[in-house]
Design a protein around this ligand. Sequence first.
Ligand code: FES
Length: 158
Amino acid sequence: MSKKALSEAFYKALTRIRPRYPTNQAALLPALHLAQKENGWISDEIMDEVAAAIDIPPPVVREVVTFYTMYNLKPVGKYHLQVCTNISCALMGAEELLEHCEKKLGICAGETTRDNRYTITEMECLGACGTAPVVQINDDYHENLNNERLDGVLAELP
Ligand code: FES
């Protein structure tokens, strides 16, 4: 039997949360969230494993993973900077903020630093338009940013 990509801890967590959802389909997003938390991104192998774990056809899992931008389809750095450049953020300076990020970290959007510390991804609306511009770093939102504030946030990262 082939070795599983996901750990015992993933399966335990899944068993714990599964009863909260009425159907297998409803449990798919949280199952993928758990898988990404563990692995950092969702590979083809992990899609298949999640499909088997909650008894959903693999193509359905693939459709969901590729639809939602919150799932990473390739490895990301320790800190994943998701910079929203949609309309509200753009009006509040997101393009300049993205440029600043790229210059500061020495990579373009879509890339990861050589030391695997940072990945920058340009995003569509993150749903926090009222506090634009917004950058999501891993699970945290940083709002009302400008270059200096973003520098402060990056300096605080362990
Ligand atoms: S446009 Fe950036 S959060 Fe909505």
